[in-house]
Design a protein around this ligand. Structure first.
Ligand SMILES: N[C@@H](CCC(=O)N[C@@H](CS)C(=O)NCC(=O)O)C(=O)O
Length: 216
């Protein structure tokens, strides 16, 4: 069955899926759309009008974590534990990453010190939880790489891309998280999940918003 992933070049939710597809060496096609000018076929196909969606033949799957679950079933070796309860725990940890991606918008668009401190405080609150999990295991769910780790990959890809633009060390006080980010970023599938010029595109977008983080 043919797979076509519908993407927007810097969408973190898309990056999760691309990283997993690449890691699992599953063949797919990718179609980029402009989210500010959504084509009619996309509006019809995507129930929430969001990317990513995955065409599996004629069938459309939406929601990045659901797409991850599906593509994992296509790989010869599953990245999920066999036990259903453990599978659910793995998925819960994957869901947690969405909360972090959710805070990025406010952290990187805050214009004032007050707004920035508040949203960065939220981000650190999530990072503390991750640091605690990572004190138990090398990866986010276990000592082996699992599907949940791909849900986190875009967090590190994004932070690495914009790092040259500011002095603040977002990993300060989170050594395990920093080490984890290095592990994830070293995966070839994660490296190749970025479109060409990803770092530059992201940096330009960030600068355009003139946020507080760039003024420190
Ligand atoms: N929960 C969704 C979130 C997907 C999402 O928010 N995608 C954004 C782009 S990163 C989108 O398509 N937004 C629609 C829009 O901007 O109109 C998932 O995990 O797939």
């Amino acid at each position: 069955m043919s797979l076509t992933l519908v993407s927007f070049n810097i969408c973190p939710y898309v990056l999760r899926v691309v990283a997993a597809l690449n890691h699992l060496k599953i063949p797919y096609e990718i179609k980029y759309i402009d989210l500010e000018n959504k084509p009619d076929w996309f509006v019809k196909a995507s129930p929430l009008e969001k990317v990513p969606i995955l065409f599996v033949g004629e069938t459309v799957i939406f929601e990045s974590l659901v797409i991850l679950d599906y593509i994992n079933t296509l790989a010869p070796q599953s990245l999920l534990p066999a036990d259903n309860l453990q599978k659910a725990l793995n998925r819960a940890r994957a869901e947690f990453s969405g909360e972090i991606i959710g805070t990025f918008w406010s952290v990187f668009s805050s214009k004032t010190e007050e707004q920035f401190k508040s949203s960065f405080g939220d981000l650190k609150w999530y990072f503390e939880k991750l640091e605690a999990w990572l004190s138990q295991t090398k990866f986010i769910y276990s000592n082996e790489l699992t599907l949940a780790d791909f849900a986190y990959a875009p967090i590190f890809t994004l932070l690495e891309a914009i790092k040259p633009l500011f002095k603040l060390d977002v990993y300060e006080g989170f050594p395990r998280l920093q080490e984890y980010s290095k592990q994830i970023l070293s995966l070839p599938g994660v490296q190749s999940s970025k479109v060409e010029n990803y770092d530059q595109i992201l940096q330009e977008r960030l600068k355009k918003g003139d946020p507080y983080i760039l003024k420190q």
